[in-house]
Design a protein around this ligand. Sequence first.
Ligand SMILES: [Fe+2]
Ligand SMILES: [Fe+2]
Length: 145
Amino acid sequence: MQIFEAIRQDHERQRLLLKVLCETSGASEAREDYYKSLKKELGQHAIAEERYFYSPLMESDNTIEDSRHGIAEHHQIDKLIAKLDETSMSSPVWLKTLKALQEKVEHHLAEEEREFFQKAGKVFSESEKEKLANEYKAEMEPIRE
Ligand SMILES: [Fe+2]
Ligand SMILES: [Fe+2]
């Protein structure tokens, strides 16, 4: 497996979790559980992706700007999560903020998949693409249990 496929699989998890979470209501157990899962997914993915995708891409002049941009978006996602953490789940503001998070994440994933993957495909060698996938997956392993 190449790094792109490994990342794409986790992006699908994020999309699904966000979709399901948007359908929950109030301070319900379902909302608590799915939100906890989403935070784990997004948090661990950002770490693994920064280490095994963006960091090696920083070494090439062709992809350093994209790396900066992608990492900056991870920070924007963190800020929305911090806002959700400090908002009561029973408040309508919570769902409004979640929708903003969903929009931000969807945009970010699409940009990675449509633009960054293509450029990275030309920067990484075939063996690097596989090595990075293995390292990425190992970094995600703790939340897969
Ligand atoms: Fe990302
Ligand atoms: Fe990603």
